[in-house]
Structures are given as structure tokens and as C-alpha cells.
Design a protein around this ligand. Structure first.
Ligand SMILES: [Zn+2]
Length: 125
């Protein structure tokens, strides 16, 4: 693999150099995060505690290596970062706000997530 430094735009439009070594590490970290989350989801029904542990490690890796979780982020409680298993979280659909009201059963905090226009995929939850 060719080792080159890639020119990237930073947050404020500034030019920043990201070393290829760091990019490689991030790529590996991203793979590990997705693997851990997959493991967490498959073990959710069998062993909730193990599932939480996988999710916690995945969160730690993603924050350490600056890996974005993207849509997987909604699997975590916004406040205490508990993995949102059905046993740990309660979903309620608010028609007025067209949003999902989420209550974490661990920390007791409530927050809402506004649904995208193609909200059909959320109805199964
Ligand atoms: Zn919580």
C-alpha cells in the first residue's frame, strides 16, 4: 500500500494533513467497532450483560479513534451511553411531534428523536 499523506479539509475549512498511519488505524478501528456492534446485537437476546460490554468497548474505540458511529449511534442512550436493548429502553411514538420518544430505563432520562420522512422502517420497533 502506498503511503501518502492525504490533504483533507478540517472543520473550519482549514487544510489539515492526516497521516496515512492514522488513517489506517482509524480504518481498523472502524472495522472493529462494526464487528463489536454486530456481536452485541446477536448476543442481546442471550446475554444482555455481555451485549452491554461489547457495546461499551465499541463506544470506547469509536471515541478513541474518532470513528463515526453514524446511524448506529441511535443504539446508545444519549445521556448514559447504555446500549439501547429492548430491556434497557422504552420507545414511544409521538404522533404530534412525529418523533420517537425514548426513555432510558437505566438513567431515567427522556429524549426524542425526530423521524425522517421515510418513517416506515421505524414502525417495527
Ligand atoms: Zn440512559
Amino acid at each position: 500500500m502506498k503511503k501518502t499523506n492525504q490533504l483533507r479539509r478540517g472543520r473550519a475549512g482549514k487544510r489539515t494533513f492526516v497521516s496515512s498511519k492514522r488513517q489506517e488505524r482509524r480504518k481498523i478501528a472502524a472495522g472493529q467497532v462494526s464487528k463489536l456492534l454486530e456481536l452485541s446485537l446477536t448476543n442481546a437476546a442471550k446475554d444482555a450483560q455481555l451485549s452491554q460490554r461489547y457495546a461499551k468497548i465499541a463506544w470506547a474505540i469509536s471515541t478513541r479513534f474518532n470513528v463515526k458511529l453514524r446511524e448506529k449511534r441511535r443504539f446508545y442512550c444519549r445521556f448514559c451511553k447504555t446500549f439501547a436493548l429492548p430491556s434497557a429502553i422504552r420507545y414511544r411514538f409521538s404522533k404530534r411531534r412525529k418523533a420517537l420518544n425514548i426513555t432510558c430505563l437505566r438513567c431515567g432520562m427522556t429524549y426524542h428523536k425526530i423521524l425522517p420522512r421515510n418513517a416506515e422502517k421505524f414502525h417495527g420497533r
